[in-house]
Design a protein around this ligand. Structure first.
Ligand code: PLP
Length: 432
């Protein structure tokens, strides 16, 4: 008799959390590590938001509260999303969750039966693929093209839609690429969905980076396209936009009250409710005019860093880096570097079992960490299916500019360190 049930083998993970073990190991070996792996702003939550949480705890607002979320926050979310998406959202269709992750799992549980097909971006947030496989749905990755700024066309989406398609994930601005879908692109994508999908097929629009957008662009949501609000789950949250990752605050807006009731019941079963003092602070974040200033400052800093990082990366032979339009990541193509450093050739000679776990981008990512002290994320951390020959890294710009510059200099040195790479491969066993 096995201790662990079979289904647990099917769930994936988020390497952004797991890479911490590698970093600790590397540091224990006496190395200094520059962290380019972080999936959270390097800013703290703002003072005016913190104050509201503290006051609420002190006045005893620390009990269970309504499972769908407190009225004040649901109203604030409905108002903000209505205004920014040109919609009229009833607060009764808002479900508050502990972070932006729960609605992803809830959607898979609510909409898919085993065998139903789910389309999702790859590279994309790994939790989509993880939940799809866990619940026995069929993962259908929509591979994003670097040459199109990691956007995708309606035509590409159409090719993947079948009678079994039940749920389609889109994520703009995107983790890990920073790609942003324009209003026009979203209109074309919506037209394909409206024409080719049953009215009960749902679109999960993950808009958690909605405020972190550059070059004067405006965030656009597929829910704003005529006919799409009825089919779209709008998901967002406070983690990234308000630098509140540790608070665990997110939300979903469901197309119908029936679906909202399902999400509320999932909340009851899994978390009961989101802490009320956190929700009050979340309401303040949305409603206070101070937030606009704080968020604006943070976004300007991310934009400045992006400009420096992309320029410096593109100056390294063997690396090409698309210019992201949002979020705080860049996603350089390291194919040329993997070729010139001999990573691809060397990876092909690894024992088969290791080869499958360590594609070239992963091999270089480990080399970079253990021999040059820079922690990044590899391509396969953002969707494994069909990614073995895709040579990319994710670099987070949620790090001070001086460190970004120093780390990129180290990447540049690693790119030509043939001797170091040969030694690393010889010692590979100890880094697995
Ligand atoms: N969606 C995307 C695209 C993300 O990148 C993340 C976090 O990295 C989440 C959802 C989850 O956010 P949270 O930390 O609020 O659970």
């Amino acid at each position: 008799m096995k201790i662990i049930a079979n289904r647990i083998k099917l769930i994936g993970s988020e390497n952004a959390f797991k890479v911490g073990d590698d970093i600790r190991r590397c540091e224990a070996m006496g190395n200094r590590v520059i962290r380019f792996n972080l999936g959270e702003p390097d800013f703290n939550s703002a003072e005016h938001i913190n104050r509201v949480a503290i006051e609420n705890i002190q006045k005893g607002n620390s009990h269970y509260c309504p499972p769908a979320g407190i009225e004040g926050l649901r109203k604030a979310i409905a108002k903000q999303v209505s205004e920014t998406r040109g919609l009229s959202i009833d607060p009764e269709r808002v479900i508050v969750t502990t972070g932006g992750k729960p609605p992803i799992g809830y959607s898979l549980m609510t909409y898919t039966n085993p065998g139903d097909e789910v389309i999702y971006p790859s590279p994309g947030f790994p939790i989509y693929e993880s939940w799809i496989t866990f619940l026995g749905a069929k993962p259908v990755p929509l591979h994003l093209d670097e040459k199109k700024g990691f956007s995708f066309t309606a035509k590409e989406l159409k090719k993947l839609i079948t009678k079994k398609t039940k749920l389609i994930f889109i994520n703009s601005p995107s983790n890990p690429t920073g790609g942003v879908l324009s209003k026009e692109e979203l209109e074309e994508i919506a037209a394909v969905i409206l024409k080719n999908c049953d009215k009960n097929v749902r679109v999960y629009s993950d808009e958690i980076y909605e405020h972190i957008i550059f070059d004067g662009l405006k965030h656009a949501s597929i829910a704003s396209v005529k006919g799409m609000a009825e089919r779209t789950i709008i998901a967002s949250g406070h983690s990234k936009s308000y630098a509140m990752t540790g608070w665990r605050l997110g939300y979903a807006i469901l197309p119908t009250l029936e679906e909202t009731a399902v999400f509320k019941n999932l909340n009851i079963n899994l978390i009961s409710c989101t802490p009320p003092f956190i929700q009050e602070a979340g309401r303040e974040a949305i409603e206070s005019s101070e937030s606009k200033i704080v968020v604006g400052r943070m976004v300007a800093e991310f934009e400045k860093r992006r400009d420096v990082v992309v320029k410096k990366l593109n100056a390294i032979p063997g690396i090409t880096c698309a210019m992201p339009k949002g979020a705080f990541y860049v996603f350089p193509n390291i194919g040329g570097l993997c070729e010139s450093l001999g990573v691809i050739a060397r990876q092909k000679k690894l024992p088969r079992a290791i080869q499958e776990k360590i594609p070239p981008a992963t091999l270089f990512q480990k080399f970079l960490l253990y021999k040059h002290g820079v922690a990044t994320m590899d391509r396969r951390s953002f969707g494994q299916i069909g990614s073995a020959k895709m040579h990319f890294l994710r670099i987070s710009t949620a790090t001070k500019l001086e460190l970004l510059e120093e780390g990129i200099e180290k990447i540049s040195q690693a790119a030509t360190d043939r001797e170091g790479f040969a030694t690393f491969v010889k010692e590979l066993e100890q880094y697995l």
